[in-house]
Design a protein around this ligand. Structure first.
Ligand SMILES: [Zn+2]
Length: 332
């Protein structure tokens, strides 16, 4: 029996769509809650050409809402994309998974995507800045992409092929609220629902039916799902999909201190910081080839190979600045 028989039997899918799914080059941006569920679904369904990009390691606080990962991965501080690769190999050995452990910025995103040459991109990011970047680069390279977001009990999915409104068109009229998972929490079922609808849109795409053109909004706690056609939101003066002006993509400024959520900051040091980590104040509690975990009084620092550092336990921007300067001096 063909392992995909049950989905092939579905009348609007069939053998042809299965082949198409197998041959479609799919890029998943982010291996967090959405990305890990999307990757698992696609691997099980027989998508053979998958790329996934993410810069984080597996943490215990991820496991309640993210697919594929387990306590062992968190204990080992494994980069998410390598954990995905390991697990996917066991689920479906036919999948060629291209795992990229890297931070994506306006400086490298176009290059990374040009190299992969995906037929379609699936959004598994958790920041709007990144989504605007994906929207611009996708328009520039003419690659369809599927936007998905989940926070609290709510989720949104919209597939963009640039015949209708792009993310810029939509968010000009529907301003985002700046909600984030770390501050507002997120209920795991809504993550799975958003990931599922993202995959459904992809299945429509590979089967030749085209995207649904519907904005899907879900509230998993209110038990409601709504869809509506939003073609009217297409902005004929849109700076991205009409004027081809790519502000996010052309912005090459990356500050050395960025506020993430809650009491977490992102510091950027030169790449050699990883090598010189023993000069930082505090103690290296755990380390592997990709990351060093440093404890300094009540502050927990996760230092990545590329010089990025997530710092937990700082309450104000001023304190973050002082801390950054102190750390930077210690490795000079
Ligand atoms: Zn637009």
């Amino acid at each position: 029996m063909n392992r995909y028989e049950r989905q092939i039997k579905y009348q609007h899918f069939g053998e042809q769509s299965q082949k198409q799914l197998q041959n479609t080059n799919i890029l998943i941006m982010g291996a967090g809650a959405l990305g890990s569920h999307v990757a698992e679904l696609l691997a099980r369904m027989g998508a053979h050409k998958l790329s996934i990009i993410d810069m984080d390691i597996v943490e215990l606080s991820n496991i309640h809402r993210q697919a594929l990962y387990d306590e062992h991965d968190a204990q080992a501080m494994l980069p998410k994309v390598y954990a995905v690769k390991e697990k996917i190999k066991q689920i479906n050995h036919n999948v060629e998974l291209n795992a990229i452990h890297q931070e994506m910025t306006s400086n490298n995103i176009e290059n990374i995507i040009s190299k992969i040459q995906p037929d379609i991109i699936i959004d598994g990011m958790d920041q709007f800045d990144m989504r605007f970047l994906i929207n611009e680069v996708s328009h520039k390279l003419q690659i369809p992409w599927i936007y998905g977001a989940a926070v609290g009990s709510k989720g949104t999915v919209y597939a963009i092929d640039f015949t209708g409104p792009c993310l810029q068109c939509i968010l000009n009229t529907v301003p985002h609220t700046g909600e984030s998972c770390a501050i507002n929490g997120v209920l795991p079922p809504v993550v799975q629902q958003v990931a599922s609808y993202e995959v459904s849109e992809l299945l429509r795409f590979v089967s030749g039916n085209g995207f649904s053109k519907k904005l899907i909004t879900i509230d998993t706690f209110e038990i409601s799902t709504r869809t509506r056609n939003i073609d009217v939101l297409k902005n004929n003066n849109c700076i991205v999909c009409k004027q081809k002006t790519y502000h996010s993509l052309n912005n090459s400024y990356h500050p050395s201190i960025e506020s993430l959520c809650g009491d977490t900051f992102l510091f950027r040091f030169k790449q050699q910081a990883f090598e010189f980590a023993h000069y930082f104040p505090g103690h290296i509690i755990k380390e592997n080839d990709y990351v060093k975990f440093i404890k300094y009084a009540d502050i927990n620092m996760t230092l990545f190979k590329d010089g990025r550092m997530n710092v937990h336990g700082i309450s104000t921007k001023e304190d973050a600045k002082t801390m950054y300067q102190q750390l930077n001096r210690s490795i000079k």
